[in-house]
Design a protein around this ligand. Structure first.
Ligand SMILES: C[C@@]1(CC(=O)O)c2cc3[nH]c(cc4nc(cc5[nH]c(cc(n2)[C@H]1CCC(=O)O)[C@@](C)(CC(=O)O)[C@@H]5CCC(=O)O)C(CC(=O)O)=C4CCC(=O)O)c(CCC(=O)O)c3CC(=O)O
Ligand SMILES: NC(=O)C1=CN([C@@H]2O[C@H](COP(=O)(O)OP(=O)(O)OC[C@H]3O[C@@H](n4cnc5c(N)ncnc54)[C@H](O)[C@@H]3O)[C@@H](O)[C@H]2O)C=CC1
Length: 187
């Protein structure tokens, strides 16, 4: 049995403790709405040194993003039943903590930033909705409008970092990022 609480600006009901499959139907639209209205993101640079970051899922997307989190000094905790060889190497090397099990809502507690990168949309929806309730920014890897943050295509050169984020077109963002990197090289 799960206690639920109305969530003020969407009416979505979120579990206060525990999480059952049945809860998902009440939250699967994710935290929502404004994103589809085309408002641009407000760009910031997160200083994550010593701060807890939760990564849900330990596959291809997690493996691509965790190195950048570690480079920023984040304390990365991966919760996933299985991890890729790349993530396994980071776990074995002591660079990230890993809990080998399905994620639970309480895992979001205390995180400054969350990556919902499992391959199960319902799980990502639960994680994004729980992060929303906690006022923790969250990227949802399978369906960006359901999250509250996006991962830009980035590169650093000459003491500058460029970040390109578009409208869910990562290949275009990568092309523009690479073009900007050439400009940085000439600067
Ligand atoms: C919106 C955003 C939100 C976020 O996840 O943060 C998002 C969303 C989604 N991406 C999807 C697919 C892919 N994305 C990539 C690659 C990258 N995606 C990245 C960022 C972002 N991706 C965010 C902002 C993007 C922007 O607005 O510009 C990059 C730039 C940064 C990074 O990941 O580090 C990185 C390039 C890194 C580099 O090369 O340097 C690849 C290629 C690959 O994996 O090799 C594929 C495989 C398919 C393909 O090839 O097209 C899907 C569909 C998932 C599905 O099919 O279920 C969604 C979901 C959706 O659009 O809702
Ligand atoms: N945003 C982006 O840039 C991209 C997004 N995607 C999307 O992101 C998702 C993940 O993609 P990949 O990393 O390629 O998948 P993957 O199959 O490599 O890894 C999935 C991970 O999720 C974990 N997982 C499954 N159920 C879980 C649960 N209940 N709790 C915690 N972890 C759980 C698995 O153990 C595994 O570690 C997919 O849904 C895909 O659609 C895919 C490519 C790029």
């Amino acid at each position: 049995m799960t206690d639920t609480r109305s969530w003020w600006h969407t009416g979505i009901r979120l579990p206060v403790t525990g999480w059952e499959e049945d809860d998902i139907s009440t939250m699967s639209t994710g935290p929502v709405a404004d994103r589809s209205e085309g408002a641009p993101g407000y760009l910031v640079s997160l200083y994550l040194a010593g701060r807890d970051v939760l990564v849900v899922g330990g596959g291809v997307v997690a493996g691509r993003r965790i190195p950048a989190l570690l480079a920023a000094g984040a304390r990365v905790r991966v919760v996933a039943p299985q991890v890729s060889d790349e993530v396994r190497r980071l776990v074995d090397g002591g660079q990230v903590a890993h809990e080998s099990r399905p994620v639970r809502p309480g895992d979001v507690d205390g995180a400054w930033y969350v990556l919902a990168a499992s391959d199960d949309p319902q799980v990502n929806a639960m994680v994004a909705a729980t992060a929303e309730r906690n006022h923790t920014f969250c990227v949802r890897a399978d369906w960006a409008p359901g999250g509250s943050a996006s991962t830009p295509a980035t590169a650093s050169a000459g003491g500058l970092t460029v970040a390109v984020v578009g409208n869910r077109d990562p290949h275009r963002s990568v092309r523009v990022r690479d073009a900007l990197l050439r400009v940085l090289g000439e600067e």
